[in-house]
Write a protein that binds this ligand. Structure first.
Ligand code: ATP
Length: 286
């Protein structure tokens, strides 16, 4: 039996960092949103006792550093599964981009192993295990629109988000999440995004006010360092986006549109400008 999953990416409609904790982690307050851009993960059992990962993308590890491997191992050790698994990954989500690509692969691997070996774990039980792999993994299992607090593992679903077109662009630069958090100085921030306000507008399904409230506090670090992020935001806003911000710790930028024709024109224009090859026009998964 071969199981196949779409492992969806996310963007942050809002991202705030409340404080740096004594243990070095940061308390965050974010609105997460699943987008219709996904990796494909195929999972099947094998008789060789190995966890093998096959992918054509040569920028990601296929050994125990891959989050897919960690997810397999976690469940297979706990449930003493004496078989192997073979996982094929078709990578569409930009890597190291702030879109939780690795976390969503881990999330759907947990879901897949649970189904393949009939472990009978509920969604909640999978989410509890997922946080051991990464703070965003529980959210990726849950999906949709959610408020995320703590280090990202305290999740509450938010309803009301209207669907819209979303233009996503990853500039050709690598941004280290560690660098961004180290340079944020979270305890001295003067200004914080209004995540509660954003949440209320989502609940009111008011796309224009949602767009107005979108803000990512991590831009205070990345935009200074990488002006191309601001350049893409400005391009999107000047070409019909209701608003445009960076997702996660970047460098991916996204813009929301209430009109497909306008979004398509902005997409074509962005491709023609040749500042990034990774551009996607899609919609939300609610
Ligand atoms: P986040 O939004 O959670 O910060 P990200 O988009 O910044 O995630 P990922 O795409 O998850 O980052 O990848 C970060 C690094 O993790 C990569 O450089 C890669 O070496 C490693 N990695 C491990 N497993 C995977 C995977 N399945 N897919 C992509 N990267 C992976």
């Amino acid at each position: 039996m071969k199981l196949s999953y779409k492992a969806y990416a996310k963007v942050n409609l809002g991202l705030d960092v409340l404080r740096k904790r004594e243990d070095g982690y940061h308390d965050v307050k974010m609105i997460m949103q699943t987008v219709n851009l996904y990796d494909v993960i195929e999972i099947e059992a094998s008789d060789d006792n190995l966890i093998s990962i096959v992918t054509e993308n040569d920028s990601i590890p296929v050994n125990e550093d891959n989050l897919i491997y960690k997810a397999c191992k976690l469940l297979m050790d706990e449930f003493n599964i004496n078989r192997g698994v073979r996982i094929t990954l078709i990578k569409n989500i930009p890597v190291a981009a702030g879109m939780a690509g690795g976390s969503t692969d881990a999330a759907y691997t947990l879901i897949g192993i649970n189904e393949l070996f009939k472990l009978g774990l509920s969604k909640d039980e999978l989410m509890k295990r997922g946080v051991k792999i990464g703070a965003d993994v529980p959210y990726c299992i849950m999906g949709g629109t959610a408020l995320s607090e703590g280090i990202g593992e305290i999740l509450s679903p938010v309803s009301g988000m209207p669907n819209c077109n979303i233009l996503i662009a990853k500039p050709p630069i690598d941004v280290s999440t560690k660098f961004v958090y180290e340079n944020l100085h979270a305890n001295e921030l003067k200004r914080h995004p209004d995540i509660d306000g954003l949440k209320s507008y989502i609940e009111a399904s008011d796309i224009y006010s949602i767009a107005n409230k979108m803000e990512n506090v991590l831009e205070t670090v990345t935009v200074k360092e990488y002006p191309i992020i601001e350049e893409i935001k400005t391009y999107m806003k000047q070409n019909g986006a209701l608003n445009s911000i960076m997702s996660g710790s970047g460098p991916t930028v996204f813009g929301l549109f209430d009109n497909y024709e306008i979004a398509k024109k902005a997409y074509d224009g962005l491709l023609a400008r040749n500042i990034t090859t990774q551009v996607y026009l899609t919609d939300l998964v609610l």
